[in-house]
Design a protein around this ligand. Structure first.
Ligand code: PRP
Length: 224
């Protein structure tokens, strides 16, 4: 008698970049052991096997993790709360704060401007950012009209090149701001990485819920 076909593997989307080194121990603690190429930044592969044939990993840009999971192309993902706030996808459920990828989203401007500037007096600002939605919302809440110029990276160049006097970007160590002559003048939100799940997959794929619980337990063990 022929065997029924193996179910499609669960796909977990993980962001590229510096969060990968923090995500690897967490994945291991959740029982997910990726093939060696996954942790190798030089590998050009995008889809990876794990020790469990029912689980695969993909490595994509941080903003794209939310897109893959929201559309059901991946069932789970690791994504910053900054990205969740920017997109606000109703298809995503974010049940676990993974306690990694801690940083903040802040308004920054050139140090010489900050020396004579008072954010409380702003009525209109022009801001270069990867986060136009969160930025507009932040300034609307405080009654400031914000004109956002969308960039996908290197926001720090905008003030010196006259694109926008201010930027809204992630700050972790503060090194990028410092090396570009900028200072933080207003925090917008604290950021950490969250486990996200496609809501439909949570209901239809039997393996999704145990994986969520495995991540929750892994985070709990790390905190203990
Ligand atoms: C982020 C962010 C800043 C930098 C801040 O970029 O956009 O440029 O990190 O970190 P720091 O305060 O420790 O210097 P990232 O390196 O993640 O790359 P990206 O530009 O592709 O987002």
């Amino acid at each position: 008698m022929s065997q029924p076909p193996a179910p499609e593997p669960i796909v977990i989307a993980v962001p590229k970049g510096r969060i990968l080194s923090e995500a690897l121990p967490l994945l291991a603690a959740a029982g997910i052991v990726p093939e060696p190429a996954f942790g190798d930044e030089n590998s050009r592969a995008l889809r990876f096997r794990t020790g469990d044939p029912g689980i695969e990993l993909i490595r994509v840009r941080a903003f794209d993790v939310a897109t893959f999971v929201a559309h059901g192309a991946a069932q789970l993902g690791i994504v910053g709360s900054d990205v969740l706030a920017e997109f606000d996808y109703p298809e995503l459920y974010a049940p676990v704060d993974l306690d990694i990828g801690h940083c903040r989203l802040s308004v920054a401007e050139p140090a010489e401007l900050a020396a004579r500037d008072d954010p409380r007096g702003w009525s209109h600002v022009r801001v270069a950012t990867k986060y136009p939605h969160v930025t507009a919302q932040h300034f609307a809440r405080r009654g400031v009209q914000a004109e956002c110029i969308k960039l996908n990276g290197a926001m720090e160049l905008a003030p010196t090149l006259g694109l926008a006097a201010r930027i809204v970007d992630l700050v972790s160590s503060g090194r990028t701001l410092k090396e570009n002559g900028l200072v933080e003048v207003e925090p917008i939100m604290a950021v950490s990485a969250r486990l996200v799940v496609n809501r439909a997959a949570m209901k239809t794929r039997a393996h999704v819920f145990p994986l969520v619980e495995a991540f929750r337990t892994a985070v709990g063990k790390k905190a203990a």
